[in-house]
Design a protein around this ligand. Structure first.
Ligand SMILES: C[S@@+](CC[C@H](N)C(=O)[O-])C[C@H]1O[C@@H](n2cnc3c(N)ncnc32)[C@H](O)[C@@H]1O
Length: 299
């Protein structure tokens, strides 16, 4: 089960109140959403999105009935947070009082998706959040078997900061001449099992993360939502990331919004999970939360 990270910090920062309109752009298992709906009720409006159709099937039922019980309108939609503006228009919704993005993967996707997000299981190398989207048929398998050696090395370096990116790309290209690399186990066999002596990080960690980020255009989506924020929200936006490069994009995006006069950064220092939270949920250890208050509206 997915445990929502920095839940208390997110709710404190976003200050959802009865009657507010809130958006959760990365709904997942609905952990944050549940608390937001309770706070905006009665009379609130909630829009929850997720790029992964399967991820939201269970959350949808539960959140819609919670909304009914508490007297708020709850809409759950399959889609990317980069499409919020179109989805809002469809539903005739104005600017939101608050927006949450909790980036990356949920534990449910790691444990149950069968799409090769983790090297702990032997699964096909897909890694798309939205395997039903005909616009994105780029899978990790296509990248691993189709990209030139240099391109592979660039992906591992740019999205995973993998220091042995060239060495790994070379090993992959050599191996795929003999046999197509189709599963997480195939890839793991090539990358090897020896953990970094100092960090204890498994050698496949960064390669798997880099592939997932590339397959789902995750950096591009962050850049796109940064551009759109002042048109979507008239209140606060909270973004949780788990990757230093993502955090940098968010930090720079917020700075740009502030410089242009659209917002005021609320987290001069990034918020991290407490020692207690990390002890209870070790997966939260790399989470970073940044918050911005959007000041005026753009049309
Ligand atoms: C860390 S989980 C969210 C967990 C959620 N906050 C909870 O408490 O259960 C991140 C979710 O974001 C989704 N996601 C990733 N990129 C997305 C995008 N561009 N648009 C919408 N959802 C996205 C993933 O499918 C995943 O379900």
């Amino acid at each position: 089960m997915h445990i929502p990270v920095l839940l208390h910090e997110v709710i404190t920062a976003l200050e959802p109140k009865p009657g507010n309109f809130f958006i959760d752009g990365t709904l997942g298992g609905g952990g944050h959403a549940r608390e937001i709906i309770k706070k905006i009720s009665p009379g609130g409006v909630f829009l929850g999105l997720d790029a992964d159709k399967h991820a939201i099937e269970n959350a949808r039922r539960e959140l819609e009935s919670l909304g009914k019980e508490l007297g708020s309108d709850v809409f759950v939609r399959h889609g990317s947070y980069t499409e919020i503006q179109d989805i809002k228009k469809e539903k005739n919704l104005g600017k939101a009082d608050g927006l949450l993005l909790d980036l990356g993967l949920s534990s449910n996707q790691l444990e149950e998706s069968g799409r090769g997000f983790t090297f702990m299981k032997n699964e096909p190398l897909d890694m798309r959040y939205d395997a039903s989207d005909n616009r994105n048929n780029l899978t990790a398998e296509k990248i691993i078997n189709g990209c030139a050696e240099e391109e592979l090395a660039d992906i591992f370096w740019k999205y995973g900061e993998e220091r042995k990116s060239r060495q790994m790309a070379k090993a992959i290209v050599t191996a795929r001449k003999k046999k197509r690399i189709e599963t997480t186990a195939d890839l793991l066999e090539i990358i090897g099992e020896r953990r970094n002596q100092k960090t204890r990080i498994h050698p496949a960690t960064k390669v798997f993360m880099a592939l997932r980020i590339r397959v789902n255009s995750e950096f591009e989506h962050i850049e796109s939502i940064m551009e759109q924020l002042p048109s979507i929200v008239k209140g606060k936006t909270a973004i949780i990331s788990f990757h230093s490069l993502e955090d940098r994009l968010i930090k720079e995006g917020f700075k740009r919004i502030e410089k242009e006069g659209w917002g005021s950064i609320q987290t001069k220092k990034v918020i991290k999970p407490s020692y207690e939270e990390i002890r209870e949920n070790p997966k939260s250890r790399s989470a970073k939360l940044r918050v911005i208050q959007i000041l005026s509206s753009r049309f």
